[in-house]
Design a protein around this ligand. Structure first.
Ligand SMILES: Nc1ncnc2c1ncn2[C@@H]1O[C@H](COP(=O)(O)OP(=O)(O)OP(=O)(O)O)[C@@H](O)[C@H]1O
Length: 541
């Protein structure tokens, strides 16, 4: 019996045990499942709590469009529910227009943060949007990121934070954490500051451009072909000089150069020589005022050893040195009267004798004479021989004063600027229109020589890229020459500098630093300016 019943009993027992085991497993599974569900519910509750309290508008997208959004989102879009949102703005919220702050047109589809998130990109952009609830334009920080499941993009989340100063998407202080509100305010302030900075940069650039186009004298309009050797200028009257030089240069004729001091007579003489057939022979210059009268004769005609006390050796005169070449007799109006006859003889016959010798020396010299004196007046006063004058005055060329050819000034300024940049190792590129106006208005009693020294002085003191002309000029040609010279020429540089610094400080209302400050205008460091002010005793009244 036992043998019959035993297997049955065992089978039942085994079955019962298996049943218990599977039940235990089921119970364990159920417990696990319910724990899992509880965890999920907790997570959902946490997520809901976050979504409901965040001041930011959160939208969840699948490929079908918006599937979920939070309270802040519906408030931002001015709707009551997600269904109303989808019916008013479209399935994907496409009716809610976003644009770049710098652009008036709405974002293109491919620029949209959600489209980009669906392509796997994590996006953070500052955009402008119209607050659908209030109709105001707001600035939003739009972030978007893909939602991934097993490595696949199954959706996207998009968050819009209103960073427009003073406005909040969710003005519910009870729900908001005061700490996070402060943080949001701080961030909004920072964004505002960034926007202001950006605007300021744009304005500065615009100002720079305006300065470039309006306040800086446009050198680029100056054509460098207006060089005649070293003689710079393109005025009608200077062109007339060039024309006469071209005409006379190849001839051997004597030339008389007339013009005020510093107008460039020396340069024109060189241009004549360099265009003549004698250009490979020397151009010898003699300044008739630079030598004591007693020495001029031996300087011009040479001397034999022992010709006078101290003449220990034979010396060639300038005429002999210039043989087959050209001699420039500068300041001929100052040549002592007694020597004028001897000069006349050389010009007429091409011969003379050295001091202390009776032997005649024959030379072949082309003569260019120059003077800033009024030779007619000198003749009238009996200081200049008429016969010499008519011998010299065969081909006169008058070089006009700078005040009669002001259109040459910008060209000359540019030329001298390049010259002194090279000499001083500087890189001054600009001259303000105001400076150029002042240079153009000045009477220039010292002509180009005076302009050259003004630019050199200015180049020495200028520190930036803009030429700072410290000299103060007397206005226009109406003034007497003496007065002009006294004011423009002999005023100490230090005094001019002090006046100029004070003047600039007054103009900036004693502001030293910053773009509109005196240091910037003067092209020096604020600390250097303060040092100068201390040194010069310049104080705000
Ligand atoms: N048109 C010009 N272009 C460039 N530089 C010039 C021009 N005219 C004059 N200069 C410069 O001005 C300075 C004076 O020129 P220059 O000595 O030829 O004048 P000048 O008329 O002979 O004067 P002075 O009668 O006092 O001897 C020189 O440094 C010269 O290089």
């Amino acid at each position: 019996m036992l043998t019959q019943t035993a297997p049955y009993t065992i089978r039942r027992a085994v079955r019962a045990e298996a049943g218990i085991r599977s039940e235990v497993i089921q119970v364990k599974k159920r417990r696990l499942f319910s724990a899992h569900v509880s965890a999920l519910l907790l997570k959902r509750a946490e997520i809901n709590a976050i979504l409901d309290t965040t001041p930011n508008a959160v939208f969840i997208f699948t490929r079908d469009g918006i599937t979920r959004c939070n309270n802040a989102a519906v408030r931002m879009l001015g709707v009551a529910s997600i269904n109303e949102l989808r019916s008013r703005y479209g399935r994907r919220g496409e009716g809610f227009l976003l644009r770049w702050p710098k652009n008036l047109l709405p974002l293109r589809e491919d620029e949209h943060p959600v489209t980009r998130a669906f392509k796997g990109e994590k996006v953070t952009e500052i955009l402008l949007a119209v607050h659908a609830g209030t109709g105001e334009e707001i600035t939003v920080r739009a972030t978007a990121a893909p939602i991934l499941a097993k490595g696949k993009i199954i959706g996207a989340v998009s968050i819009h934070s209103d960073i427009t100063w003073g406005k909040r998407i969710c003005p519910c202080p009870a729900a908001a954490d005061p700490g996070s509100d402060l943080l949001t305010q701080e961030m909004a302030l920072r964004r505002q500051a960034e926007n202001d900075l950006h605007k300021a940069k744009v304005e500065v650039q615009a100002l720079k451009d305006r300065i470039q186009s309006a306040d800086i004298y446009p050198f680029h309009e100056i054509n460098h072909t207006y060089h005649f050797g070293e003689v710079i200028g393109h005025s009608r009257c200077l062109e007339n000089v060039f024309f006469r030089v071209e005409a006379v240069a190849p001839q051997d004729s004597t030339v008389l150069l007339l013009g005020e001091t510093g107008t460039g007579k020396g340069l024109v003489a060189r241009a004549i020589h360099n265009r003549s057939l004698r250009k490979n022979r020397p151009l010898v210059m003699v300044n008739c005022t630079a030598l004591p009268a007693s020495l001029i004769e031996s300087e011009l005609f040479g001397r034999e050893k022992g010709a006078f006390t101290g003449a220990s050796a034979q010396q060639l005169g300038r005429f002999e040195m210039a043989d087959k070449g050209t001699i420039l007799l500068d300041e001929i109006g100052d040549l002592p009267f007694e020597l004028q006859a001897k000069l006349l003889h050389v010009i007429q016959d091409g011969e003379f004798s050295r001091l202390g010798s009776s032997r005649t020396v024959k030379v072949d010299v082309r003569i260019i004479a120059a003077t800033n004196r009024d030779l007619y007046e000198e003749m009238r006063l009996g200081r200049f021989r008429e016969d010499l004058f008519y011998r010299l005055n065969i081909f006169p060329i008058t070089i006009p004063p700078l005040r009669d050819r002001r259109e040459d000034i910008p060209l000359l300024v540019e030329y001298f600027l390049e010259k002194f940049n090279r000499k001083l190792g500087k890189n001054i590129r600009n001259v303000t229109s105001e400076t150029m106006d002042r240079l153009m208005a000045h009477a220039w009693p010292g002509n180009v020589r005076e302009l050259e020294s003004v630019i050199e002085r200015a180049a020495i003191v200028s520190q930036g890229a803009t030429l700072q002309v410290l000299d103060r000029f007397a206005p226009g040609p109406g003034r007497g020459q003496d007065e002009v010279q006294e004011q423009g020429g002999t005023r100490a540089l230090v005094e001019l500098e002090r006046d100029y610094i004070s003047q600039v400080l007054r103009r900036t209302n004693w502001r030293i630093e910053g773009n509109n400050g005196a240091a910037h205008i003067l092209g020096i460091n604020p600390s250097t300016l303060r040092g100068r002010m201390r040194k010069e005793g310049i104080r705000r009244p």
